[in-house]
Design a protein around this ligand. Structure first.
Ligand code: 6CS
Ligand code: FE
Length: 296
C-alpha cells in the first residue's frame, strides 16, 4: 500500500478489487437554523436526499430554460465546457454556468438553494461544479450508477464528504424521460472502485462513464444493505438536494420529452480542493472550480 492510501480514508481505483467502507464524515455538518426544518434535516441525514416539488416558480423556470437553450444553440466551437452525447453530436451538458452569466450565478446564490446548502454543510459554501444536463428527447443517453464524491475525490482532490448537489428541474421529470434514480441511504457507504484512472479520463467519462463506477456486486450489496432505488419525480421547478456520496444514475431518454435540469454542487469553503488523489493532473476548471469564492 502506498503512503497516500494509508493516510487517505477515501482512496479508490488502486486495485483490481472493489471494497466497501463506512463513510468517515458527518452527513449534516451544522446545527445552525436556516430554511430547513429539523424533520427535513433528519430525513436528509437518513436518506441522503431531500426533494422539494415546485420550489422554483414557473416564470423563473421559463427564463432559465430559455437561457439554457440559447447557450446550447450559440456555443462558440472553440470554447471548452460543452459535452456531446456519446453516440451523436447532440448537446449533453454545458459546464461552469456560474462563471458564464450573472443570471446563473445569481440563481445559484439564491437563498432557496445556497441557504439550504449552507445549513446542511454548516459553513459558507462555494460552487465546485455547475452544469446543465439537457437529457434531450430520444437522444439523451444514460448516466451509469456512480457516487459523485468518488470522482471529485480521486480526480479533483476534494478531501472530505462535505458537498451537496442540487438538481433544479427545468422540465418535468417522469418515468418516461430518464429520471434520476438514487439508492436511498447509500451515502453512508463508500465504494472504493476497482481499476485505475486513465489519462484525460473526463473526455470519455462525461459522455459515458466506465471507470470510478461500482461493480454489479457492489450495487447489489448497496441495495441489500442500504435501501431501495427511488426516483424523485415531479414538475418543472422541483428541486432535489442530494449528498455528494449518494449512489445515483439515470437511464436513457426514450421519450419525446427532454429532461433538462440545472445542476450545482455546493462545497464547504472549509473543504477546498487539494491535489487529485490519483496520479493524474487535475481536471480542467470548468469541471472543478479550484478557487474558493464564497456565495450566497
Ligand atoms: O465528472 C463529474 O464531475 C461528474 N460527472 C459524471 C458523469 N460522473 C461523476 C460526476 O458525477
Ligand atoms: Fe452524478
Amino acid at each position: 500500500m502506498s503512503a497516500a492510501t494509508v493516510t487517505d480514508p477515501y482512496y479508490s481505483r488502486v486495485s483490481e478489487n472493489w471494497e466497501s467502507i463506512l463513510r468517515q464524515d458527518p452527513v449534516v455538518w451544522g446545527d445552525d437554523s436556516g430554511p430547513l426544518s429539523s424533520s427535513e434535516i433528519d430525513a436528509y441525514r437518513q436518506d441522503g436526499f431531500l426533494f422539494f416539488p415546485g420550489l422554483i416558480s414557473d416564470d423563473e423556470v421559463e427564463t432559465l430554460l430559455k437561457a439554457a437553450k440559447s447557450l446550447a444553440a450559440e456555443w462558440p466551437s472553440d470554447r471548452s465546457g460543452l459535452v456531446r452525447e456519446p453516440d451523436s453530436d447532440v448537446v449533453r451538458s454545458i459546464f461552469r454556468l456560474h462563471r458564464l452569466s450573472a443570471q446563473f450565478a445569481g440563481f445559484f446564490a439564491d437563498p432557496r438553494l445556497a441557504g439550504r446548502a449552507k445549513q446542511l454543510l454548516g459553513s459558507d459554501v462555494c460552487i465546485h461544479q455547475s452544469r446543465i444536463n439537457y437529457k434531450p428527447a430520444l437522444d439523451g443517453k444514460e448516466f451509469f450508477w456512480h457516487s459523485d464524491f468518488e470522482t471529485w475525490h480521486v480526480e479533483d482532490g476534494m478531501p472530505r464528504m462535505r458537498a451537496v448537489s442540487v438538481s433544479v428541474f427545468l422540465t418535468a421529470s417522469h418515468e418516461f424521460n430518464g429520471p434520476l434514480m438514487v439508492i436511498q441511504g447509500s451515502h453512508e457507504t463508500y465504494i472504493r472502485c476497482a481499476g485505475e484512472t486513465p489519462a484525460r479520463h473526463y473526455e470519455k467519462s462525461l459522455r459515458r462513464q466506465d471507470h470510478g463506477v461500482p461493480s454489479r456486486e457492489a450495487l447489489d450489496r448497496l441495495i441489500r444493505n442500504c435501501g431501495d432505488i427511488t426516483a424523485p419525480k415531479g414538475r418543472a421547478g422541483s428541486v432535489l438536494f442530494f449528498d455528494c456520496n449518494l449512489m445515483h444514475g439515470s437511464g436513457g431518454n426514450l421519450s419525446p420529452y427532454p429532461r433538462t435540469n440545472l445542476f450545482a454542487v455546493y462545497n464547504s469553503v472549509e473543504n477546498p480542493l487539494a491535489a487529485p488523489f490519483c496520479s493524474r493532473p487535475p481536471r480542467p476548471e470548468f469541471l472543478a472550480e479550484r478557487e474558493v469564492v464564497p456565495i450566497g
